[in-house]
Design a protein around this ligand. Structure first.
Ligand code: COA
Length: 434
């Protein structure tokens, strides 16, 4: 059958797609814009009407307000399970409404291949091309692994999804059913660039040479570093999430990927999320490769680029250099994501450096983010054995290979001045300042 007839034969409404789901099914989707809002809304509506129970849905970085994360009446009917939480999953996990799977992002495909079978997976894709392919658009991540473990593959076609020329593709012959659902793509509001983040951006930019290859994580600080790199030359990009500041660096000429050891001439990522400017940039652009996360985030791949620089944010650090980036005490915030993958990859790279950066205080200066010990319940994201540079607006601490005493001294020096005496007192009491 020709591809146009196949398309017509497989096309159903979102409601019809949702009506195929049965009690107890495990469903899955991929990161950020890969999630299918039309199908999930119809699924939740079915469950709300009492037609479904015991369904689970795996997501990563939820960027739509899916009902199964926000509507308590769906408890037990449709349960969200997060690989890395956006704002909606965060609230649902903390409320006991949704579950969470701890993981290093690079390992997600192997967890999927070893531990999970899916009754159906569904991804939002761009319209079919003349050869019968749908572009997986801004996300590749673990989609290939999920497809391998799925009994049924559904796609939701959104005309606003950009077509990634060097990204994942799925052919109409691999699809069991498709639906069309056009909606605006969610965008990330621009981060607030205050004096603190600009200072931190400057401190890190001073330590990045021309020709380096960069990864920027999520949050205001990585964005500020991006903004501070505009005067550099010949930078490359090998990252987990492709962000707005990266588009700016490419457009202003600071990034040209000319000195990378692998994927020379291309920016490499596993997904993208940000403003419409990113989505327009990705559309039909052979300069950006969107590849599976078990490749992109593998430290042994990351380190192949010399002078690999990773920049990520955190919520608190203790005096040994244990970094918490995913919870505030026991309160779940996000996940490990690719932080450890990039800390390790950068440190293995010739001339590479990894920076974990944050403002010295939280909650209007009332809480120090440098702590004698982590808040009880806090999750260790990056261990003391992996950590490299820690940066606040008061300076830069280099911890890798350093003694406990040197770590404590350096971290106290970059803590907010209001908390330094207390930190010194606690460090002496524990005998780690000698
Ligand atoms: N104690 C108490 N509250 C704290 C805190 C602390 N030490 N540090 C931050 N907070 C609060 C903030 O006030 C904010 O609260 P609000 O939501 O009520 O405003 C919240 O925690 C989030 O902090 P913020 O500094 O605004 O976060 P961010 O948007 O800059 O993101 C991370 C920082 C660490 C959460 C984010 O980078 C992340 O999710 N990292 C995961 C791991 C990672 O780096 N992966 C790689 C990414 S590609």
């Amino acid at each position: 059958m020709d591809i146009v007839s196949l398309y017509a034969q497989k096309r159903v409404s979102p409601q019809e797609l949702a009506s195929r789901v049965e009690n107890g099914w495990r469903l899955g989707t991929d990161a950020a814009l890969a999630a299918p809002p039309g199908f999930f809304a119809a699924l939740s509506e079915r469950a709300r009407q009492g037609a479904l129970t015991g369904v689970t849905v795996q997501t990563l970085l939820d960027v739509y307000p899916f009902d199964f994360y926000v509507d308590e009446t769906l408890k037990g009917k449709v349960t969200g399970v997060s690989w890395f939480s956006g704002g909606f999953a965060r609230k649902a996990v903390n409320a006991g409404l949704a579950d969470f799977i701890p993981n290093y992002y690079r390992d997600t495909p192997s967890h999927i291949l070893r531990s999970y079978d899916y009754d159906a997976v569904c991804f939002s894709v761009s319209p079919m091309d003349r050869h019968g392919y749908f572009s997986l658009s801004t996300t590749c991540s673990y989609t290939p692994a999920m497809i391998q473990k799925a009994r049924r593959v559904f796609v939701e076609v959104n005309r606003r999804q950009p077509r990634a020329l060097c990204g994942g593709q799925i052919h109409i012959s691999q699809v069991d059913a498709l639906t069309e659902f056009d909606c605006e793509l969610p965008t990330l509001p621009p981060t607030k660039q205050d004096e603190v983040s600009l200072t931190i951006g400057g401190l890190i930019a001073e330590r990045i040479d021309d020709g380096s290859c960069i990864q920027l994580g999520i949050g205001a600080i990585p964005d500020a570093v991006g903004a501070a790199l505009k005067d550099k030359h010949d930078l490359g990009i090998h990252t987990e999430m492709f962000t707005d500041s990266m588009v700016e660096l490419i457009e202003c000429g600071a990034v040209n990927n000319s000195r990378k050891q692998i994927h020379r001439g291309q920016s490499v990522t596993t997904f993208a999320f940000g403003s419409q400017r990113i989505y327009d940039f990705i559309d039909d652009n052979p300069g950006i490769a969107i590849m599976p996360v078990d490749y992109v985030n593998d430290p042994n791949v990351i380190c192949k680029n010399d002078n690999m620089i990773s920049i990520n944010a955190a919520l608190e650090v203790d005096l040994m250099g244990q970094v918490c980036a995913e919870s505030v005490g026991t309160r779940h915030i996000s996940g490990t994501g690719g932080q450890v993958d990039y800390v390790r990859g950068a440190c293995q790279s010739k001339g590479g450096k990894s920076f974990i950066a944050f403002s010295s205080t939280a909650k209007n200066g009332t809480i120090s983010k440098v702590k004698p010990i982590l808040t009880p319940g806090a999750v260790v994201t990056t261990s003391k054995n992996d950590v490299d540079y820690i940066v606040t607006e008061y300076g830069v601490a280099h911890l890798r290979g350093e003694t406990l005493s040197s770590r404590a001294r350096q971290l106290i020096a970059i803590a907010h001045p209001d908390f330094r005496d207390e930190l010194r007192f606690e460090a002496k009491k524990r005998g780690i300042l000698i």
